[in-house]
Design a protein around this ligand. Structure first.
Ligand code: HEM
Length: 148
């Protein structure tokens, strides 16, 4: 009985969270546009473009599809993402100190350009910063180059 009540509380918290995101203008369409635009900018970026292209090569379509499920799972609790972010970043080579900060600033600029409100930018950035800190801690950073 207590378990059932807990389950209902978890479900209603989840539903309340989804409703609050929908209220501020987040949708699957918005996530799709955000991901497409952000990775277009990443690919054109002098510093990060080559690191991504080296790993992803001709497989950008599946990567973009995966990243849409990732953000949808985080922000809209859709549970559509199944993947392992830590090993995907552990294997990266040539990531320098400053690269994660640069990633975050490109992501924030894209949000500022596209998000329907500042709250949406904040909701994504809060999660992005937390995850970036975690991922940066598992990457073996390359200290041979210049920071930017
Ligand atoms: C300097 C920063 C970063 C670089 C260079 C980078 C690079 C990459 C690359 C090359 C992949 C593809 C790996 C593969 O297909 O095997 C990848 C996957 C991924 N990245 Fe990043 N990334 C960065 C930061 C972030 C951040 C901050 C997040 C989240 C907020 C993130 C989330 C993900 C996720 C969810 C995947 C898919 C993992 C999977 O399930 O296979 N990345 N990243």
């Amino acid at each position: 009985m207590a378990d059932l009540i807990d389950l209902h509380m978890v479900q209603s918290k989840r539903e309340a969270h989804i409703a609050s995101m929908v209220d501020i203008g987040v949708s699957e369409e918005f996530i799709s546009e955000l991901v497409e635009t952000f990775y277009q900018r990443i690919r054109a970026d002098e510093r990060l473009g080559p690191i991504f292209d080296q790993e992803i090569g001709d497989n950008w379509d599946p990567h973009l599809a995966k990243m849409k499920t990732f953000w949808s799972t985080i922000i809209l609790k859709s549970n559509t993402y199944s993947g392992r972010p830590v090993p995907a970043h552990q294997k990266l080579v040539g990531v320098r100190p400053g690269d994660f900060t640069h990633w975050l600033s490109l992501f924030e600029k894209t949000l500022i350009d596209l998000a329907p409100s500042a709250e949406v930018t904040e909701a994504f950035m809060e999660n992005a910063k937390r995850i970036a800190t975690r991922l940066e801690s598992v990457v073996e950073l390359d200290h041979s180059g210049q920071e930017h």
